[in-house]
Write a protein that binds this ligand. Structure first.
Ligand code: 6PG
Length: 483
């Protein structure tokens, strides 16, 4: 019997499309789905003329695979992954490879990597981005886990991944949960990019009074420049979409954003690692606020709402200038978001002992994934500098870019504030920028307050940083050295 190159468990949208992609590239998948009718339907619809094997049980799946066995799990992240691994594990042998291609939490991947290593089984946690189309024709793949698995699976996954100039968007990222960690950051950045675009749309509509077609034209034009990216491109298409009655479909879509958790994990992780990930945090909070629809409706009635609050739109003659400003604001805020995302990955790499290849991460997001954009090639260049700048905002190229965008960015935030249009991501990015480039900030006041009410001590600018002082604020006002 001809053995299959890879077993695929789970024939949902992603699993089915990855199976077809593998088949297109000359690999022979063997597919299994818990509900067998899904497998039959998949074979009936897509299997004709293809060399795709089918299994009705895990035993059958395992018996059809060449050695070492490579099994890709495309099941819902969480308990289902553990349940499948539990059933597969007794059927596997040392050296076999189990790959989890779902949106799993990287801590679960760390755990599964260790648990399976105890049985000699190589676990790989692989972030897969790009949705249905990506999976079918070239996703961005973020594998990490048991390094011994990489030489065995590399060719297969690099063959099905997206490519830019011949370079596959699939590189090994490190031990344990490194792959799913990078995918989590990808998703956090995805949340930030989406939120920024949504804020810009809202400003175009409620402060500038643009029609949906005008907004679409603007995004389509921006997609030809520095902002060129998948999310800008699809936003132009979304804005042009009409409902059955001919009106813009987006206006009929309920303004409650869902989320499957990866953005929340990113925000949590940033707090755990003491990294100021403000933009992605705001994007998560904005989704949570959006979900409180009934409460917002009541608040709008009580407090007044856009556009009723500020009915005057920007005069038509000033629109073009504001659109340029919004373009610059979007670009600058996006830069802050990626700066923060890479800051977090640097902190996590140090904490987890991962040698994350930051430049390659930027490259493997250039195609196939949801955050793909022109911008990412410049990030790779920054990580190739000697020495690597402490953050992207201190890279000479990005520093010049953000300074050139600053005036428009401020103008956009003032537009939002003046018109009462919520723009938390655009404005918090600007606050981060102002805080980041502030050599003498306001934390001296905080330190004084901490020392006043709790004797938490402070350091002095005219003394060695190792020395800590306390002032007897309510006593004689004298200062003492505490340590
Ligand atoms: C991708 C996406 C994808 C994610 C969805 C939904 O890279 O293809 O990140 O993996 O699941 O975008 O995420 P939310 O439901 O959390 O918005």
């Amino acid at each position: 019997m001809t053995k299959s190159d890879i077993g695929i468990v789970g024939l949902g949208v992603m699993g089915a499309n990855l199976a077809l992609n593998l088949s297109d590239k000359g690999y022979r998948p063997c597919v299994y789905n818990r509900t067998s009718s899904v497998t039959s339907e998949f074979i009936e619809t897509h299997g004709q003329g293809r060399d795709i094997a089918v299994a009705d049980s895990f035993e059958q799946l395992v018996s059809q695979l060449g050695s070492p066995r490579v099994i890709l799990l495309m099941v819902t992240a969480g308990r289902a992954v553990d349940a499948v691994i539990e059933q597969l594990r007794p059927l596997l042998e040392p050296g076999d490879i189990v790959i989890d291609g779902g949106n799993s939490n990287y801590q679960d991947s760390n755990r599964r990597w260790l648990e399976l290593a105890a049985w000699g089984i190589h676990f790989v946690g692989m972030g897969v981005s790009g949705g249905e189309d990506g999976a079918r024709f070239g996703p961005s793949l973020m594998p990490g886990g048991a390094a011994a698995a990489w030489p065995i699976i590399r060719d297969m996954f690099q063959a099905i991944a997206a490519r830019v100039g011949g370079v596959p968007c699939c590189q090994w990222l490190g031990d344990g949960g490194a792959g799913h960690y990078v995918k989590m950051i990808h998703n956090g950045i995805e949340y930030g990019d989406m939120q920024l675009i949504a804020e810009v749309c809202h400003l175009m509509q409620h402060a500038l009074g643009l029609s949906h077609d005008e907004m679409a034209d603007c995004f389509a034009a921006w997609n030809g420049g520095r902002l060129e990216s998948y999310l800008i491109e699809i936003t132009a298409r979304i804005l042009r979409q009409r409902d059955r009655d001919g009106s813009p479909l987006v206006d009929k879509i309920l303004d409650k954003a869902g989320n499957k958790g990866t953005g929340v994990w990113t925000a949590h992780d940033a707090l755990d690692n003491a990294v100021p990930l403000t933009l992605i945090g705001e994007a998560v909070h904005a989704r949570l606020l959006s979900a409180r629809k009934a409460e917002r409706i009541a608040a709008a009635a009580l407090l007044g709402s856009v556009p009723a609050l500020v009915p005057t739109l920007v005069p038509e003659a000033e629109r073009a200038g504001y659109l340029d400003a919004l373009h610059d604001a979007l670009y600058a805020a996006k830069l802050v978001s990626y700066t923060q995302g890479f800051m977090l990955m640097q902190a996590a790499a140090a904490k987890n002992g991962w040698a994350l290849p930051f430049g390659d991460i930027a490259l493997l997001w250039r195609a196939g994934c949801i955050i793909r954009s022109r911008f990412l090639a410049d990030i790779k260049t920054s990580f190739e500098r000697e020495p690597v700048p402490p953050s992207l905002l201190q890279d000479p190229f990005f520093a010049a870019e953000i300074k050139a965008s600053e005036a428009g960015w401020r103008q956009s935030v003032m537009l939002a504030v003046g018109h009462g249009v919520a723009a938390p991501a655009l404005s918090s990015a600007l606050s981060f920028y102002d805080g980041y480039r502030c050599a003498n900030g306001s934390a001296n006041i905080i330190q004084a307050q901490r020392d006043f009410f709790g004797a938490h001590t402070y350091q002095r600018i005219d003394s060695d940083e190792a020395k800590h002082f306390h002032t007897r604020w309510l006593g004689d006002g004298g200062e003492e050295i505490v340590s």
